[in-house]
Design a protein around this ligand. Structure first.
Ligand code: NAP
Length: 261
């Protein structure tokens, strides 16, 4: 029962939380937030030099994070990474499936190898990481998938990404329904336009138009990686213990806005 002095803000004390793609952008912000909320945090990404920098920066700030280099689309590397986490910590209380990739190009000439790679990282790896984590997840476990605006709308030259992020919502609902009785909740966040390496590259190349995006966004700005942290920690924590199969948009109102002038 809620008491006057009981905490309902996200508290991850004692929880083991894995963040895929936790070496930069939103994943790094989530990892920092989870650490600040009391969790033992493990980040996964491919670039080991970048991961070493993350560990060193955390240590310099008096924090501790474990980093494991793995391409999550590679079955053997992914299995080894999760085996190491379970050997080191014994269980996984929370998983954020945040690693994701995109490529923007006309569908008429889109290379099938690129489509397959995007589906491998954004869909197959999300399922496989969820499986690996769920096998080691006690009751009360939580999985948070990073979906996107692209889960709800069509966008030109992004068919592979749109298909992958739409699939993430399907996985979120299906696994939530199947694993509820195991005491595992599965939810998604759907970020709008957030300034990271991924969008920075698209902005630089003129694929994205900052003015047009900010003009359509009711709060009139790009998102920042820190903007997704609160919702992610909430969904990981017991504060959301009756929420499963849900998707929370974090887009400054972009999706809600059907008004143009
Ligand atoms: P980002 O800055 O490009 O970071 C992506 C992260 O994923 C990095 O840590 C990257 O590390 C890791 N990664 C990529 N491929 C991987 C693989 N095969 N195995 C393991 N790690 C891998 O991207 P972001 O903008 O923060 O995006 C994070 C998530 O949010 C993605 O799923 C993206 O689709 C989604 N999203 C982004 C936006 C946005 O506006 N930025 C909006 C909606 C949704 P390595 O390169 O070292 O592997």
């Amino acid at each position: 029962m809620t008491e006057w002095n009981s905490a309902t803000t996200p508290d991850l004390t004692g929880k083991v939380i894995v963040v895929t793609g936790g070496s930069r952008g939103m994943g790094l912000a989530m990892a920092k937030g989870a650490h600040a909320a009391g969790a033992t945090v493990i980040v996964l990404a491919r670039d080991s030099a970048r991961l070493a920098t993350v560990v060193a920066e955390a240590e310099a700030a008096g924090a501790r994070v474990q980093a494991i280099a793995a391409d999550l689309a590679d079955d053997a590397m992914r299995d080894d990474a999760f085996a190491q986490i379970i050997a080191d910590h014994g269980r996984i209380d929370g998983l954020v499936n945040n690693a994701g990739v995109t490529k923007v190009a006309p569908s008429i000439d889109y290379a099938l190898a690129d489509l397959r790679r995007i589906l491998e990282v954004n869909v197959t790896a999300v399922f496989a990481c969820s499986q690996a984590a769920a096998r080691a997840m006690p009751e009360g476990g939580s999985i948070v998938n990073t979906a996107s605006l692209s889960s709800f709308i069509g966008q030109p030259e992004r068919a592979a990404y749109v298909a992958s992020k739409t699939a993430v919502l399907g996985l979120t609902r299906a696994l939530a329904v199947e694993w509820g009785e195991r005491g595992i909740r599965v939810n998604a966040i759907a970020p709008g336009y957030i300034e990271t390496d991924l969008t920075g590259d698209l902005l630089r190349r003129g694929v994205l138009d900052r003015g047009a995006i900010e003009g359509r966004t009711p709060v009139r700005r790009f998102g920042r990686s820190d903007d997704v942290v609160g919702a992610t920690l909430f969904l990981l924590s017991d504060a959301s213990s009756f929420i499963s199969g849900a998707t929370l948009s974090i887009d400054g109102g972009w999706l809600a806005n059907g008004y143009f002038r």
